[in-house]
Design a protein around this ligand. Structure first.
Ligand code: UDP
Ligand code: MG
Length: 138
């Protein structure tokens, strides 16, 4: 299944009241929202979600940030969803992101970069399973 990906509207974007604009950008870009909800991660949950980065120098700062406030988590559907969503959000560092991408439009820094996107279909499935139960995936 390569038509599903997982997205997070991160705490910086929710705090800056960009949730609606980003949600609209998602729909305008041709994604169907299978499920979406507001959540707030504990530090422990953020550490588990980003376990693949636990050896990186930014792990502590990243998990502090991701547990600092509300996020919107979304399961998204589109053909070639993982790559399409990565293209829609732009480069990790908003300074390198292309014009018109979500990170270019709504992110301020490398750390607080507005949105998350899965890097593979396999990880998308795992990440969706982290936040959603089967009955929520409509
Ligand atoms: N990040 C950071 N400093 C870095 C690299 C990444 O703070 O030098 C943060 C940033 O929020 C990024 C997240 O860690 O979105 C995960 O990093 P990754 O390399 O997986 O980037 P992404 O897949 O989110 O583009
Ligand atoms: Mg990544």
């Amino acid at each position: 299944m390569n038509n599903i990906t997982f997205a997070i509207i991160k705490p910086d974007a929710v705090n800056n009241n960009f949730t609606g604009k980003i949600y609209n950008h998602i729909l305008k870009s041709g994604f169907k929202v299978l499920s979406a909800k507001l959540i707030k991660m504990s530090k422990h949950q953020a550490q588990n979600f980003y376990l693949i980065h636990n050896d990186k120098p930014f792990y502590n700062e990243l998990t502090d940030f991701m547990s600092s406030g509300k996020c919107m988590v979304l399961a998204l559907k589109k053909d070639n969803a993982v790559n399409e969503w990565r293209k829609t959000i732009g480069a990790t560092n908003p300074d390198d992101a292309r014009e018109g991408t979500i990170r270019k439009l709504y992110a301020n820094s490398l750390a607080e970069n507005a949105v998350h996107g899965s890097d593979s279909s396999e990880n998308a499935k795992k990440e969706i399973g982290f936040f959603f139960s089967e009955i929520e995936l409509i």
